[in-house]
Write a new protein. Structure first.
Length: 119
């Protein structure tokens, strides 16, 4: 079965950097669009970034532009989210997701990793 396992979330200070990782298994990783979303209590899940199979097409939500970078390593079945200049409002559970085409709905989700940013 498909598994997406996030890691890297922790408590950081305002202005710090953090890299989240997502290990994928059970799917032909290089065929999938990969992405990150985040959610805080009481709010809907919010899209953060996505990356196509070869990294040639990247979408980044406004909150992350200029601060976040998404990347992938198809040889390792990994996708990453590098987050710089973190702010308290970036605190959330970050989820990794996969879909098999750019126009499809996200098919698979990980369980999330908690990012906490203290001011």
């Amino acid at each position: 079965q498909v598994q997406l396992v996030e890691s890297g979330g922790r408590l950081v200070q305002d202005g710090d950097s953090l890299r989240l990782s997502c290990a994928a298994s059970g799917l032909t990783f290089s065929s999938y669009v990969m992405g990150w979303s985040r959610q805080t209590p009481g709010k809907e899940r919010e899209f953060v970034a996505s990356i196509n199979w070869n990294g040639g097409i990247i979408h980044m939500a406004g909150a992350g532009k200029g601060r976040f970078t998404i990347s992938r390593d198809n040889a390792k079945n990994m996708v990453y989210l590098q987050m710089n200049s973190l702010r308290p409002e970036d605190a959330a559970v970050y989820y990794c997701a996969a879909k098999n085409s750019a126009v499809a709905q996200w098919e698979y989700w990980g369980r999330g990793t908690q990012v906490t940013v203290s001011s």
